[in-house]
Design a binder for this molecule. Structure first.
Ligand SMILES: Cc1cc2nc3c(=O)[nH]c(=O)nc-3n(C[C@H](O)[C@H](O)[C@H](O)COP(=O)(O)OP(=O)(O)OC[C@H]3O[C@@H](n4cnc5c(N)ncnc54)[C@H](O)[C@@H]3O)c2cc1C
Ligand code: FES
Length: 245
């Protein structure tokens, strides 16, 4: 984990409020489900903003994010050649080396991007993946999964594309050796319950407001049956039974 200055390679706008920021990788070592703290401002905003790794290739880190407030709006104004500060890669990601056989990845909204790097790494480890993705309406990132996923199952709330309804309606956990999920808490809670009912191991990626991102301030601590855990350092990925019990 390092704090380093890098340079923006490019920025792509996917929808009204969703962007992909590409940044020079430098020597960053990354793993599926990890995140970086990003900052492209001096004094007007103090905290860096946590964004998950969407994809990494040899020279570039890709981040997919939605504009929420000041920080993400500032990120969206970045152009090729602009400087950016990064801290990362941070956190404990998905346990890609602990699973084998067939894994389901279940993502909703902006929980979908971190599953892309995860699918890629599982593919390289010889693990077969089915990807279940739920969108409000506009689809994004599907083509990024295509080279690595065995199956891709799409749900939209209004049904313009794919299945009409919740992505969890499509999932049958008993068909898989493990399930990884990232997205709205209500969706992950449902996935965790379905996995518990079928004894399928399940890991969930949590979001929490973060200040330091490195486990020092305890601001992101959550209570679990096994004691307090820091989302930024012990997570963001946790076994489902620690989060939903
Ligand atoms: C581990 C992790 C990974 C994330 N990955 C992504 C991603 O890949 N793509 C994406 O679009 N978003 C992601 N988020 C959410 C993203 O960090 C927030 O949307 C962003 O920080 C909002 O900042 P802002 O200045 O635009 O909004 P503001 O509302 O102005 O932010 C104010 C403060 O609240 C914090 N904050 C606000 N919303 C959140 C949130 N949902 N989670 C955590 N902190 C929040 C900010 O860090 C900041 O300190 C992730 C969050 C976490 C914790
Ligand atoms: S954000 Fe500081 S300990 Fe997690």
């Amino acid at each position: 984990m390092d704090y380093f200055e890098s340079k923006v390679v490019g920025q792509e706008q996917l929808t009204d409020d969703i962007f992909v920021l590409k940044v020079e990788r430098r020597d960053a070592v990354v793993a599926a489900g990890q995140f970086f703290m990003l900052k492209c401002w001096d004094n007007e905003l103090t905290l860096m903003r946590p964004i998950s790794l969407f994809k990494a290739d040899e020279h570039t880190l890709h981040f997919m994010y939605r504009i929420i407030g000041k920080g993400t709006r500032r990120l969206s104004a970045l152009r090729a050649g602009d400087p950016i500060m990064l801290l990362g890669a941070l956190g404990t990601g998905f346990p890609v080396r602990e699973v084998k056989g067939k894994v389901a990845l279940v993502g909703g909204g902006l929980g979908i991007p971190p599953l892309c790097q995860t699918t890629h790494e599982l593919h390289d480890l010889g693990v077969e993946t089915d990807v279940f993705v739920g969108y409000r309406d506009t689809l994004f990132a599907l083509e990024d999964f295509e080279p690595y996923a065995h199956g891709i199952f799409v749900a939209t709330e209004k049904g313009e594309e794919g299945y009409r309804g919740f992505v969890t309606d499509l999932l049958k956990p008993e068909l898989y050796d493990a399930v990884f999920t990232c997205g709205p808490e209500i969706m992950m809670r449902k996935v965790a319950a379905m996995c518990a009912a079928t004894n399928t191991p399940c890991w969930c990626s949590m979001e929490h407001r973060m200040a330091c991102g490195i486990g020092a301030c305890l601001g992101c601590s959550i209570r679990t049956p096994e004691g307090m855990r820091r989302v930024c350092k012990d997570g963001p990925v946790f076994p489902a039974h620690l989060l939903f019990h």
